[in-house]
Design a protein around this ligand. Structure first.
Ligand SMILES: Cc1cc2nc3c(=O)[nH]c(=O)nc-3n(C[C@H](O)[C@H](O)[C@H](O)COP(=O)(O)O)c2cc1C
Length: 160
């Protein structure tokens, strides 16, 4: 089964999960990158990101050169921002090139306040088959082996 993991990560948590998925599933890895690469810290990062969510902004992305149609399974991952998937993932999903009728698995990383992020994520993908969803809390703060085993367990279920 040919699998791609496509993720957005601002602070590295989703990247960690995506890299473990790549190793466990032999998947190809693609990172969604915004054109705006300015680093924001502390409160201004939350205000900037939260505003984007509430204004339903879709930040412009750098081109992602992946032939998504060539994959049997796409795993999409994004951080939770203000109870929603981070806007760069929404930008990605809104692109015309995103295929319909694809098998998808979705994951989110968050700090314990997931809100309706996975439901929102799923609702944008009604044309696709969602085979599984998973959330990871404070991935970066977990012991590496604990994180690996929970990602591995999820990945095993995706192989079926
Ligand atoms: C703008 C912004 C909004 C956030 N909102 C939430 C939230 O509503 N609930 C939550 O649990 N965590 C929230 N977080 C924390 C991130 O979801 C969490 O740190 C996640 O693991 C980050 O993933 P990343 O490191 O891949 O960027 C927010 C972070 C940012 C930057």
């Amino acid at each position: 089964m040919k699998t791609a993991v496509i993720y957005y990560s601002l602070d590295g948590n989703c990247r960690l999960v995506a890299e473990i998925l790549k190793e466990e599933l032999g998947a190809d890895l693609f990172s969604i990158e915004t054109i705006d690469s300015k680093k924001r810290k502390g409160l201004s990062k939350f205000v900037w990101g939260g505003r984007m969510v509430f204004a339903r902004k879709k930040p412009p992305l750098k081109p992602l050169t992946a032939d998504l149609a060539a994959y049997d399974l796409l795993i999409l991952g994004a951080p939770v921002w203000a109870g929603s998937p981070a806007p760069p993932m929404m930008s990605f999903l809104a692109q015309a090139a995103f295929p319909a009728k694809k098998r998808l698995a979705l994951f989110c990383c968050h700090m314990g306040g997931m809100g309706k992020a996975l439901e929102t994520f799923k609702s944008r993908l009604a044309e696709n088959e969602i085979v599984s969803t998973k959330d990871f809390i404070r991935a970066e703060k977990q012991e590496a082996e604990n994180l690996r085993s929970s990602v591995k367990e999820w990945a095993l279920g995706l192989k079926d």
